[in-house]
Design a protein around this ligand. Structure first.
Ligand SMILES: C[S@@+](CC[C@H](N)C(=O)[O-])C[C@H]1O[C@@H](n2cnc3c(N)ncnc32)[C@H](O)[C@@H]1O
Length: 296
């Protein structure tokens, strides 16, 4: 019994170290986004699509109608604060609090918030979204974009969201979800490569997640499969990344880094082959889920 507990704690810290190492080396471009872009009518460039994902989150959170000065939104797994900073600029009377496991991201988020003139209605803190230490019932809404997949205990994450969320507050999550667990051998292998490439232990099993939401006390659950809106972004990203890798990386450097993701074969598998295979097999979908915390 006690051995199991020790193993769990160790696994948890190994997973966290992996995430911190991964994101310490990952810097965003001008959009400050560490997420996929959302294409819809009128969106042309990759950067527009990344920013438009923030608009989409704002719409899911009904921010246009959340006008009071004490409104507070939690950005669980905030990266360098891109979404919160963008929305804080658009909605000056709402406060955005971001939490991330990565100390460097907290520093960068604070620096970017200052540069964009939103340091008074943003705050970025270091911590675990499963154990935030934030007060009960203190947030109007909570969102998590491409971050919940990193949690090794999804129910614990949902419970923590429910604890800090006010009654009738919205919980919005956008992420990679898997439908069912059975798939053929090639898809399983491709899926493992894809997870490793993103330092994710496992993407979220949709049916399990929906049942946790219900158990924890969320209501009015709406599921939107938005894979088609991000497909173009993924495709352009793959071809640009591949072209950059093939033509811009000096071949000597590539040879030296045989075991890293920059090895041409590994790179091709992780960035190009695996996602296509997984998406075509419908194993992995990009889904937005909104739900509301039921009053007690
Ligand atoms: C793909 S990035 C997404 C960042 C941001 N949401 C965005 O869209 O730009 C994943 C983020 O989840 C954060 N994360 C993963 N596990 C976490 C945890 N247990 N607690 C807090 N943040 C976590 C990472 O630190 C990283 O910032």
């Amino acid at each position: 019994m006690s051995n199991n507990k020790i193993n769990l704690v160790n696994n948890d810290s190994i997973v966290k170290n992996k995430i911190v190492n991964h994101y310490n080396n990952l810097l965003p471009d001008d959009s400050l986004a560490l997420h996929f872009g959302f294409y819809e009518r009128g969106v042309r460039t990759l950067s527009d699509a990344e920013l438009n994902m923030n608009n989409y989150i704002g719409r899911l959170l009904d921010l246009d109608t959340l006008g009071t000065t004490d409104s507070k939104i939690l950005d669980a797994g905030c990266g360098v604060g891109g979404t919160s900073i963008y929305l804080a600029k658009k909605y000056r009377n709402i406060k955005f609090v971001g939490i991330t496991l990565v100390p460097r991201q907290v520093d960068l988020a604070n620096k970017f918030a200052l540069e964009k003139g939103v340091s008074t209605n943003t705050e970025f803190i270091l911590g675990d979204y499963c154990e935030t230490g934030l007060p009960d019932n203190s947030f109007s809404h909570v969102f998590a974009i491409e971050s919940a997949c990193y949690s090794t205990d999804k129910k614990r994450f949902i419970q923590e969201v429910a604890r800090v969320l006010k009654s009738n507050g919205k919980f919005v999550i956008l992420d990679g979800f898997v439908r069912g667990k059975k798939s053929n051998y090639f898809v399983q292998v491709a899926y493992r490569y894809y997870c490793d490439g993103w330092a994710v232990s496992d993407f979220i099993v949709i049916d399990e997640f929906l049942s946790h939401l219900k158990d924890v006390g969320f209501d009015d659950v709406k599921v939107r499969d938005i894979t088609n809106n991000i497909l173009l972004f993924m495709l352009i990203g793959w071809f640009r990344g591949l072209a950059y890798f093939l033509f811009a990386t000096p071949s000597k450097k590539r040879k030296k880094k045989k075991s890293s993701n920059k090895n041409p074969f590994t790179y091709f598998i992780i960035k190009v082959f695996s996602p296509i295979l997984i998406l075509l097999s419908h194993k992995l979908r990009y889904i937005a889920i909104t739900s509301v915390k039921k009053p007690k």
